[in-house]
Design a protein around this ligand. Sequence first.
Ligand code: NAP
Length: 255
Amino acid sequence: MIIDKFKLNGKVALVTGGARGLGRGIAQGLAEAGADIAVASRTVEEGKKAAEEMTALGRKALAVQADVSKLSEVYRLIDEVVNHFGRLDVLVNAAGFNIRKHFLDFTEEDYESLMAVQLRAVFFASQRAAKVMKEQGGGKIINIGSLTCVEFAGPNIALYGTAKSGVLGLTRGMAKDLAPYNINVNAIGPGWFKTKMTEKVFQDEANVQRMLSRLPLGRFGVPEDLAGAAVFLASSASDYITGQIIFVDGGWLIN
Ligand code: NAP
């Protein structure tokens, strides 16, 4: 039955950035679909609270404190999850932040710090996880992209767009190389969601109204809106899909 293909019972999923915001909504969705969950963040209290809520759903859950800007912590994170659960079936790369500046003002330090989390961590977490998935006979990797992966550029986000465009290229490259190992690699492109990362954008009421008027579905996204796409891409219902990005954007990109 097709509905059974969406079930994630017996699967283990790691969501970086799963303690709050979009990653939290995705982790919740994966847990509701049956997966055991690990969430990773630097703030351990938030992670533990998220893990407790997954446990209340009847899942096994683990909160790992890790700063994915450091490669040693990326590797420790993957290894800790595999040691704890004995396997890793789904990796969602959702940890992220933004530095908003005019292009002329970005420093090398800005570049290094943003790329470390938004691109390098995605690359090497996926590589480490894919080695485990290859041994297991398959897996699913889901990267969190953005409208800036394709045809959107706002003011002051050139650095963010550089990283997110890289995430889409990486998604496609990994999809190709990992297909022989039954590992699907796809991305989700969220539109506008009010989270800690975007709270400043949402403080400008004129800007909020401008954005709303461009949204065909007439509202901003909430983290739960990403759960459906995430469960689909994490499940065997999407076994013949790889190298794609699904936009969950209220229709923004059709304008
Ligand atoms: P958020 O609410 O600020 O959540 C970001 C998460 O990433 C937090 O759990 C944070 O935990 C974690 N994180 C940040 N830096 C980290 C690091 N160095 N090591 C480990 N974890 C780290 O932001 P969000 O909006 O949900 O963003 C999640 C992802 O969605 C990001 O990749 C973002 O670019 C993307 N996105 C967001 C939107 C939007 O409208 N909000 C749209 C498109 C794409 P700690 O701070 O505790 O480490």
